[in-house]
Design a binder for this molecule. Structure first.
Ligand code: NAD
Length: 412
């Protein structure tokens, strides 16, 4: 039987837990989500028909603070995937030392097939269905794959109708409604800050670096543009329909505008077409998967030419592929470190909402840089000192922090 995404994430967890010599009882309580809710959401579609969508909210662990995690709209967002992503949030928030736990939500839907009105109704009904689980001090949703600031505005409005004005109920909302400056770019910006810092450790000339980015949505398009601003050459980019390639470098600003005008990146002038599979195997210095999970597997890991992989997407590499790449000497900077910029600035947004005091963007970016680089250096020095992978080092730091609080609270 194929391994589920949750089992795959737990394989990474177990490898770290083994080295940390965690007791079985503690390990069991850290692996499993504390609470899971499945909901069925009936929506009247624009054509008058009723369609019932399935959704989830998984609250993995709240030892260190309120549950925190995005909401994903994707046809494959089943319970195993949402569980896996919720667990990654627990280790991520601990690794970057935020006072949050880990959660994730998902609705099995292709948002591109729904009108704006249908998405609005779906989001409100989903919010009502999980209303008893969320609160500014209990569980705080945010955008993820297939959702955005508009989705968060609908959640905040639906929640506010029952509970009064509550901007801290979601992060990643529009700035006009209390969102933080810098939140939209934060995931890509955090990855770019790490690349700049890591280039010294990995002797990468950032001015010469050739980068390939899979996924040109919120996280991928910002990562591409900010890495380009540092001098890197973005030679390949893709979205769900395929990719574009130019070994001399793509004009990613023009590509971003082109995507808005044409609804995709296909047909971008000054580039060759390339499939998503071939894009991952391009000759480049840094490969940045920034789309969906499980794209690098045992089937294609041996063909990857990049020596450095930056996991902007969550869980893009299966454990089998991870092993092949490690053996081949490829350095993988893992999701729970590389894409933590999003949840770091979500934390800043939440604190700004609670204080009703807003920061300038420069302060947001400075504090983000400080926080994400502290985590990067902790991971890098542990990996070097212990002779382990960056993924093992990241999981170990996160797990140790959660385990400590679980003990302090007297759970074990
Ligand atoms: P998004 O919906 O804004 O963009 C997703 C992009 O991936 C789009 O360009 C889409 O066309 C492309 N895509 C979808 N399916 C694909 C496929 N099968 N092959 C290739 N490309 C495909 O989503 P996002 O918010 O940018 O999230 C992307 C990844 O980053 C996810 O794994 C998400 O969990 C992770 N992430 C996002 C944030 C955030 O703040 N948005 C934070 C942390 C992690």
């Amino acid at each position: 039987m194929e391994q589920s995404t949750f089992d795959a994430v737990n394989q990474f967890f177990d490898s770290a837990a083994d080295r940390l010599k965690l007791a079985d009882s503690l390990r069991e309580m850290l692996r499993r989500p504390w609470r899971e809710l499945q909901v069925h959401i009936p929506i009247r579609m624009d054509d008058g028909q009723i369609h019932v969508f399935t959704g989830y909210r998984v609250q993995h662990n709240a030892a260190r603070g309120p549950y925190k995690g995005g909401v994903r709209y994707h046809p494959d967002a089943d319970i195993e995937e949402v569980r896996a992503l919720a667990s990654l949030m627990t280790w991520k928030t601990a690794l970057v030392d935020l006072p949050f736990g880990g959660a994730k939500g998902g609705v099995q839907v292709d948002p591109r097939q729904l009108s704006n009105n249908e998405l609005n109704r779906l989001t409100r009904r989903y919010t009502q269905s999980i209303d008893h689980l969320i609160a500014p001090n209990r569980d705080i949703p945010a955008p993820d794959l297939g959702t955005n600031a508009q989705t968060m505005a609908w959640i905040m409005d639906a929640y506010g109708q029952l509970h009064g004005h509550s901007p801290a109920i979601v992060t990643g909302k529009p700035v006009e409604m209390g969102g933080s400056l810098g939140r939209e770019a934060a995931t890509g910006r955090g990855a770019a800050y790490i690349l700049q810092e890591a280039s010294r450790d990995f002797r990468l000339d950032i001015q010469e670096a050739r980068i390939v980015v899979q996924g040109f949505g919120n996280a991928g398009s910002w990562a591409a543009r900010l890495m380009r601003d540092m001098g890197c050459k973005i030679i390949g980019v893709s979205d769900v329909d395929g990719g574009v390639y130019n070994p001399g470098g793509l004009d990613v600003d023009r590509l971003f505008d082109y995507q808005i005008e044409s609804g995709g990146i296909a047909g971008f002038s000054g580039s060759e077409e390339i499939s998503n599979d071939d894009l991952l195997e391009l000759d480049c210095d840094v490969l940045v998967p920034a789309a969906i999970d499980n794209v690098i597997t045992e089937n294609n890991a041996g063909n990857i030419k990049a020596k450095l992989i930056f996991e902007v997407a969550n869980h893009p590499i299966t454990p089998g592929a991870d092993r092949i790449l490690n053996e081949a000497g490829v350095t993988i900077l893992p999701d729970i470190l590389v894409n933590a910029g999003g949840v770091i600035v979500s934390y800043f947004e939440w604190t700004q909402n609670i204080q009703e005091f807003h920061w300038e963007e420069e302060r947001v970016n400075q504090e983000l840089k400080k926080k994400i680089l502290v985590a990067y250096h902790a991971v890098q020095s542990r990996a070097v000192k212990e002779g382990i992978t960056h993924r093992q080092a990241s999981f170990e730091i996160g797990i140790q922090r959660v385990a400590r609080v679980v003990e302090l609270r007297g759970f074990v």
